[in-house]
Every structure is written in structure tokens, then in C-alpha cells.
Ligand binder design. Structure first.
Ligand SMILES: Nc1ncnc2c1ncn2[C@@H]1O[C@H](COP(=O)(O)OP(=O)(O)OP(=O)(O)O)[C@@H](O)[C@H]1O
Length: 227
């Protein structure tokens, strides 16, 4: 498998707390990986290190073979904006903007005109089942609709990797099922890889692989088995 993203021998300590104790991960194009484990086991630190938000103390993060863990903060944040999409537990949409402008925002931040960015943003509304909701503000959307808008916003830049941190954590079971089905299928269709942290085994089961993290290490050995 040629890796779009790789984390090799990653370690991270906070004071005397070992959050990551030498973890490896290769993620291929259209590959989806769920990271599970008990509270405090290092899942978020792992995700944030792969996404270039947390710098590892040791090891490497490679995006298409390029080492990104040592880039300057400016270059790293430019790289994140261009190559990575993010979905968080509760959408983190801007409440004053209509849904289509929330989706268009990453493109406008990259310098695209509002008109063109909104036109591109609208293309994501049909695949995510959001037709007719383009003008709604986040406060006028259900939890599941808001998460689908957040998924559109993550995908609009056509990223190489989507990182999702408990993307269904605030949703009921039925809505969660619908959101994870769309997140995995639309991300795959777009050609991006997906790396997701979740507590929910039913959500993780939608991914190709499930990694179990315990005390900062990967504890299962089935990590390269594609379901
Ligand atoms: N910024 C920080 N400063 C100090 N300690 C931290 C920091 N971030 C994480 N830790 C510690 O590192 C360990 C791993 O934390 P992490 O958030 O990665 O775990 P997690 O598995 O995502 O937990 P949860 O499921 O509760 O979100 C924990 O012991 C946590 O307290």
C-alpha cells in the first residue's frame, strides 16, 4: 500500500505523562481508519500529531513522503489548510453565516472569491443530502444536518486526508449511523483518506481498519487487515 500519510515511531510526553509511546500508522488513499481506546489512552494526541496540530517529541509524520513534523508553524498551517479536512464533535460552524458560506469558508481563506467559493460549496449539498438547506444558519439545522455541513466544509478543499474527532459524539444512534455512512462514503468517493477517533464501536465498524490504543501504544495486531 502506498501511504498518503504515515506516522512512524511517534512519541509524545506531557510532563511525566506518556501520551504516545511509539506508534506507527500508514494510511492509503481512500483508506479509513478508526482509532479507539479508553479515556486518556492517547487517541486525540495520536490524531493531532498525525494532523500536524501537536508536534511529536520523537518519530516522523510524512504526507506523501514529505516530512511535515519539523515544518515551521506557518508552513504547517498552510499545509493543513490545503491538504487536511477536519470534522469535530459538534460542527464548530460559524453561527452568523449561512450553511453554504460555512462550507465555502476554507476556499475563501485560500483566496478564492466569495462567488466562486459558494458555487463550489453548493456542489457538496446534494451528495450529503443537504439540498434546500444552503441558506440556513447553523442554529436552524438539526445536529445531524450541522454535522453534514461540517463534513462538506472538510471536503470542499478536496483534501488528501480527513481527520474526524468523535464526529458522531453529540448525535443519537440513528443520526450517528446516517452521518458516519455519509462521512465514510463521500470521503472515499472524493479520494481522501479518513482517520477518525471514536468511542462508538458501531461507528468504528464503518472504517476499513480499527486500531485500539492503550497507554499510548497500539494494542491490536490486526491493524493492516482491510475489512
Ligand atoms: N495538553 C496536555 N497537557 C498535559 N497532559 C495532556 C495534554 N493533552 C493530553 N494530555 C494527557 O495525555 C494523555 C493522553 O491524552 P489524550 O487526550 O490523547 O487521550 P484520549 O484517549 O484522547 O482521551 P479521551 O478519550 O478522554 O479524549 C492523558 O493522560 C492526558 O491527560
Amino acid at each position: 500500500m502506498s501511504a498518503v500519510l504515515a506516522g512512524l515511531g511517534l512519541t509524545k510526553k506531557y510532563g511525566t505523562t506518556v501520551a504516545l509511546d511509539g506508534v506507527d500508522l500508514w494510511v492509503g488513499t481512500r483508506d479509513s481508519v478508526a482509532i479507539m481506546g479508553p479515556s486518556g489512552s492517547g487517541k486525540s494526541t495520536f490524531l493531532h500529531t498525525l494532523a500536524g496540530i501537536v508536534r511529536p517529541d520523537g518519530g516522523e509524520v510524512l504526507l506523501q513522503g514529505q516530512a511535515i513534523h519539523k515544518l515551521s508553524e506557518n508552513r504547517l498551517s498552510a499545509l493543513r489548510r490545503k491538504h487536511f479536512g477536519f470534522v469535530f464533535q459538534s460542527g464548530q460552524l460559524l453561527p452568523e453565516l449561512p450553511a453554504e458560506e460555512n462550507v465555502a469558508l476554507p476556499l475563501m481563506l485560500e483566496g478564492m472569491s466569495r462567488r466562486e467559493a459558494v458555487a463550489r460549496a453548493r456542489r457538496w449539498f446534494t451528495p450529503l443530502g443537504l439540498n434546500g438547506l444552503e441558506q440556513r444558519r447553523p442554529g436552524q439545522l438539526s445536529g445531524g444536518q450541522a454535522q453534514r455541513v461540517a463534513i462538506a466544509r472538510a471536503l470542499v478543499i478536496e483534501p488528501d486526508v480527513v481527520f474526524a474527532d468523535e464526529p458522531t459524539g453529540a448525535l443519537d444512534q440513528g443520526t450517528s449511523e446516517e452521518v458516519i455512512r455519509l462521512l465514510t462514503s463521500v470521503t472515499r468517493e472524493q479520494g481522501a483518506a479518513l482517520v477518525m477517533v471514536t468511542h462508538d464501536a458501531a461507528v468504528a465498524a464503518h472504517c476499513d481498519r480499527i486500531l485500539h490504543v492503550r497507554d499510548g501504544r497500539i494494542s491490536n495486531h490486526a491493524q493492516y487487515t482491510v475489512a
